[in-house]
Ligand binder design. Structure first.
Ligand SMILES: [Fe+2]
Ligand SMILES: [Fe+2]
Length: 138
């Protein structure tokens, strides 16, 4: 029987990944002007990737015999931001995901398959943070 704490944490991360996808969509909608040409594809890729992560976690939860739950409360107003601001926001989103998977790793040490999955996620989110940070360099 999987640990209830692990299931609760996976459900929270599932919600965070869905929220991250919504945030990426909001960022993509918010960048105006010529910057759109530079960052739009990156932001939509980020959205698709976070949704894919949400899907993987929901499937994990189902395999574990748990009911996946998405609890989000989000209200994003339309705004106008630069490409750099959008990428800075995206870095924050990815750093939050990385932190969540790092914390989860400490809870899953006795489950090899789950640990492997979480390690892969730590590796992926680390790459996302690094890739986005490169875009912010001068
Ligand atoms: Fe993710
Ligand atoms: Fe990511």
């Amino acid at each position: 029987m999987p640990d209830a704490v692990v299931i609760e944490r996976l459900n929270e991360i599932l919600a965070e990944e869905v929220e991250a996808a919504v945030r990426y969509l909001h960022l993509a909608m918010s960048v105006k002007g010529l910057d759109r040409l530079l960052v739009r594809d990156t932001l939509f890729e980020g959205m698709q990737e976070t949704l894919q992560h949400a899907q993987m976690i929901s499937e994990r939860l189902s395999h574990m015999g748990a009911n996946p739950r998405i609890r989000i409360n989000i209200d994003l107003e339309s705004t106008r931001i630069s490409g750099a601001e959008a990428i800075q926001n995206a870095v924050a989103v990815e750093e939050q995901a990385l932190e969540a998977y790092r914390e989860l790793l400490e809870l899953v040490e006795n489950d090899i398959a789950l640990e492997e999955f979480v390690r892969d996620q730590v590796s992926l989110e680390t790459q996302h943070v690094a890739d986005l940070r490169l875009l912010l360099e001068d």
